[in-house]
Design a protein around this ligand. Structure first.
Ligand code: SF4
Length: 458
């Protein structure tokens, strides 16, 4: 309930923040133009989406077997695999690995799974120094914030905001250009790559037939985070598996198109294990942590399990009118927007986060845009349905709905409810679910039945 109240308050605050809205519209507008250009390069985009959906569905149908194949092959390549059932277990594994290697400093590639685990806080509490190395992540870390968007974490900041932040936190001159800001971050991070004890990343895909994980990025920071430190830990959700290496021929350009409008992401790195004899680069030790943390429950929950097809392109966030209004932080979960509202309750506590499935107009724009054809708005309805059956509802609300249900079944009694009482009940409904900015609900002067009785042709 506390989380729901926080959401409602923050949503109202963001909805009234004109500067925030303008910034978001500007950045989302630029993304939508890039997406439009990217989509126009495809000759048979609909067919590509159908095939991508089928490939991901095929992988999910054989999830246990494919994960075991990955484990076998990756281990044969010299890597190590750990299985984590919960977020707590994953955090414990990371801290144990850091201790085993005597590691204190970490360079991180952008990883939403590490956000899901609140890993930075855990590492810092264990005395480690953590450096986010993706530029957007570096910015939000410096600002003491969480990522705002699953692809572009600092989307809510203007270049002036970033310049002021760098001046405040890094002692740089004010009014630097975006190029100068980027070069400043680069200079700071280069030193960290060279001296870090460990690199921590996520992965975009698990490729079982070669026993590898695939990481996509545009900045080269993931390559440095995985190649220079002696220890590389990759934390990956179990749903990231694909059937075979050659499926990437479709999935890579599709993800690049929907993620940023690019033909292909700048760096596509397939890692199949630690440094081998005779190789000059790469970590001495590479460990992949396969994370469940609610994914098995989601896997066994139909039809919400369709959401496990997600390739984290972020397109559904950009088209969602609710996300466009309240922004990413309001959701209070690692994953925001329509996909976040479907999966986060399974990963972060269903009843504590069930309210975000109501953060949708159910317009279906998210479903229309999704490259792997996840019926997001229908899954949001399914979550609402599940919440109604599994989560406790406050007694007054339960009684109000019971009364409403009874009246709907007995329209003859509904007729007898006086106009003043109707008005009062609508006011109460308004207080329960309507934002104060919305016009109060008013009953019609006469019910439809009465109106019809007078006009019905005899
Ligand atoms: S649900 Fe679909 S549109 Fe949204 S992030 Fe995932 S793949 Fe992209």
């Amino acid at each position: 309930m506390a989380e729901k109240q926080r959401f409602i308050q923050q949503a109202a605050q963001k909805a009234a923040d004109a500067a925030h809205f303008a910034r978001l519209q500007f950045n989302l507008g630029r993304y939508q133009q890039a997406l439009h250009r990217g989509k126009s390069r495809w000759q048979q985009l609909e067919q590509a989406r159908r095939i991508a959906e089928a490939r991901k569905q095929e992988a999910l149908a054989q999830l246990p077997e494919l994960l075991e194949t990955f484990e076998r092959r990756f281990t044969a390549n010299g890597g190590e695999v750990r299985w984590a059932r919960t977020a707590e277990e994953a955090r414990r594994i990371v801290i144990r690995l850091m201790k085993e290697e005597g590691a204190r400093t970490v360079v991180k590639g952008k990883s939403m799974v590490s956000e899901e685990l609140h890993l930075n806080e855990t590492l810092e509490a264990a005395g480690c120094e953590v450096w986010e190395t993706d530029l957007g992540e570096f910015i939000v870390q410096l600002a003491g914030e969480k990522p705002y968007h699953i692809v572009t974490p600092a989307m809510h900041k203007s270049k002036e905001d970033v310049a002021a932040l760098f001046a405040r936190k890094l002692g740089l001159p004010e009014n630097l250009t975006p190029q100068q800001l980027t070069m400043a971050a680069r200079r700071i991070l280069r030193r960290r790559f060279r001296t870090a004890d460990a690199g921590i990343t996520g992965a975009n895909f698990i490729v079982p037939d070669v026993g590898g994980i695939l990481l996509l990025e545009n900045e080269g920071n993931i390559r440095l985070s995985t190649a220079l430190p002696p220890l590389h830990i990759a934390i990956v959700g179990i749903e990231k598996v694909i059937p075979r290496l050659h499926d990437l021929a479709l999935l890579l350009p599709l993800l690049a198109t929907y993620g940023t409008g690019q033909r292909i992401t700048n760096y596509n790195t397939l890692l199949t294990g630690p440094r081998r004899a005779g190789e000059k680069g790469g970590p001495r030790r590479m460990v992949v942590i396969l994370l469940d943390n609610g994914r098995s429950t989601l896997y066994h929950t139909r039809p919400q399990s369709d959401a496990l097809r997600c390739i984290r392109c972020g397109a559904c966030l950009a088209v969602c009118p609710v996300y466009q209004t309240v922004g990413g932080h309001t959701y209070g979960t690692a994953y925001s927007g329509p996909i976040g509202s479907v999966i986060s309750p399974f990963y972060e506590g269903f009843c504590d986060h069930a309210h975000i499935s109501h953060a949708s107009s159910l317009c279906g724009a998210c479903t229309d845009i999704c490259p792997v054809r996840i019926p997001l708005h229908e899954l949001l309805l399914e979550n609402r349905h599940r919440a109604a059956h599994t989560c406790a509802t406050p007694l007054p609300e339960r009684l109000a709905w019971r009364l409403w249900q009874w009246l709907m079944r007995h329209p003859e009694w509904l007729e007898r409810v006086p106009h003043a009482a109707r008005r009062l009940s609508l006011r109460l409904v308004g207080r329960m679910g309507w934002q104060p900015e919305r016009a109060p609900l008013e009953p019609a002067p006469a019910s439809f039945r009465r109106w019809w009785k007078k006009r019905r042709p005899s």
